[in-house]
Ligand binder design. Sequence first.
Ligand SMILES: CCCCC/C=C\C/C=C\CCCCCCCC(=O)SCCNC(=O)CCNC(=O)[C@H](O)C(C)(C)COP(=O)(O)OP(=O)(O)OC[C@H]1O[C@@H](n2cnc3c(N)ncnc32)[C@H](O)[C@@H]1OP(=O)(O)O
Ligand SMILES: NC(=O)C1=CN([C@@H]2O[C@H](COP(=O)(O)OP(=O)(O)OC[C@H]3O[C@@H](n4cnc5c(N)ncnc54)[C@H](OP(=O)(O)O)[C@@H]3O)[C@@H](O)[C@H]2O)C=CC1
Length: 514
Amino acid sequence: LLSPRYYSGKNVLITGATGFMGKVLVEKLLRSCPNVRSLYVLVRPKAGQSMQERVKDMMKCKLFDRVREDDPDFYQKIVPISSELTQPGLAISPQDAQKLASCINVVFHCAATIRFDEPLKHALQLNVIATQQLLTLALQMPNLEAFIHVSTAYANCNRRQIDEVIYPPPVEPKKLIDSLEWMDDSIVRDITPRLIGDRPNTYTYTKALAECVVQQASSKINIGIIRPSIVGASWQEPFPGWIDNFNGPSGVFIAAGKGILRTMRANNDAVADLIPVDVVINLTLAAGWYTAVQKPKTALVYNCTTGGINPFHWGEIEHHVMSTFKRNPLEQAFRRPNANITSNYLINQYWILVSHKFPALIYDLFLRLSGQKPQMMRIFNRLHKAIGLLEYFSSQEWEWNSENVTMLMGQLSPEDRKNFNFDVRQLNWPEYIENYCIGTKKYVLNEDMSDIPAARQHLRKLRNIRYTFNTVLLVFIWRVFIARSQMARNIWYFVVSLCFKFLSYFRASSTLTN
Ligand SMILES: CCCCC/C=C\C/C=C\CCCCCCCC(=O)SCCNC(=O)CCNC(=O)[C@H](O)C(C)(C)COP(=O)(O)OP(=O)(O)OC[C@H]1O[C@@H](n2cnc3c(N)ncnc32)[C@H](O)[C@@H]1OP(=O)(O)O
Ligand SMILES: NC(=O)C1=CN([C@@H]2O[C@H](COP(=O)(O)OP(=O)(O)OC[C@H]3O[C@@H](n4cnc5c(N)ncnc54)[C@H](OP(=O)(O)O)[C@@H]3O)[C@@H](O)[C@H]2O)C=CC1
């Protein structure tokens, strides 16, 4: 059995434990493998908080409620290790490095910068050089049984068909690291588009290089690579809909639910390859077990995706997101939720002008007139920057082969398959999307479900404002054009008489049929 036997008594090292996926990994290990010995987590101090304070705060999170219920002392298993991954030697003290080297059995490397606009030097430092340094540390661990590297399904997004293999890197990582070392930031910025070539950003580019670095160590360490697609809220564990950030689609859903986002470029018919975070973590833990126990000769890659198995499309996502937010509105929405996706550039630009910029302008004017600081245009500019970076992924589709994932599922006992479920054939998309949207409301925006009646009332108020606005606009148009120009008047009379003719025709035909 995977859980009770394998992880029992093991010392596990986790990077990125304070991040979205890292937290879910820590929670699942503590809950489903209660006999795990210790979880060593590499954490840096941040925003005025020491690493101990950060870990303490993390464990207070609602995500850990179930673990807390099972074992109130669960935090004793977590050992924070101070580490800044961008520093030489990962800034781990010699004592800590020695402790880790002597006791660690399994490493899960989740830390990365996932920003799409990260300067290349920093993305390289964190996603590639830090991975290299972690592997150097792993090589000093005599008891190491498995090293699991979390990559992304989009590391090779310059290909349409992506197999579970490590593709040749766009450049030899060492060469790039050596060259960028002496270049100043402005030169690196200038040459970045040439370097990343047909990839959309420094994130996917550096994740591809990281896979190559990991492969170079695979003759000495048992390695597994997990490639999740677009990681979304939890499906089942520890409870449905858990999410804690604005990344990927979450920010888009929230912006649409708040009535801010009305249009976005996406292909209605393209597969939306979302994957729930608990599925990724279950697969990651199963891969850790398999890598350690079976010791595959080469590093196995697991494409952790849904599109080939249980496809769902962006158009369907749009429908279910809108439907959920109309039934469960977010508080203080800017407008009634009504977002549409289109793959047409010009149509999108038109709606940006009419549905984003024009209302923002009017609202900012209203704020200015009432003595407040205008803010809507600024919010829209940020939103446009963010969705501009996401459109590459929502306008195209990819095909991922997932034979290794299927093979791994076949290796699990029926009990493990239930406890570490990564079978996405059972995923009911409408239900998942509804829980996801409600999760953004509850856990990202910290809104109370009991406030829904007030939020609905607010939407009704917005609808009345819109009706009033449209009426005023109509009267204005009448005053400006129809009352002043004979031609506009003629057109108006023509349209009105046409309407009357239609009306009397329908009335007459309905009298006849009766
Ligand atoms: C309704 C119909 C919808 C149909 C759906 C259609 C399309 C779906 C959309 C997207 C799908 C594609 C997703 C592809 C993912 C590929 C998978 C991966 O491999 S990696 C993981 C994905 N990575 C990301 O998503 C990171 C992207 N983010 C960034 O690169 C940056 O955050 C940024 C967008 C460039 C913005 O940078 P900026 O410096 O301006 O802001 P910050 O990030 O520093 O944030 C400041 C502050 O604002 C909060 N924030 C961030 N985003 C939002 C948001 N959308 N709305 C509200 N607030 C937001 C953020 O949390 C910060 O807050 P704080 O200061 O308190 O921490
Ligand atoms: N989210 C997604 O949609 C997808 C993610 N992935 C991959 O999954 C992994 C985890 O992603 P996710 O959890 O979403 O990312 P997050 O941004 O939520 O977490 C990143 C983690 O890395 C840590 N980290 C970043 N910089 C440093 C540093 N300099 N020193 C120490 N720690 C650092 C962060 O710590 P801190 O809290 O201190 O900032 C945080 O714990 C990544 O490898 C990513 O590429 C793959 C596909 C999709």
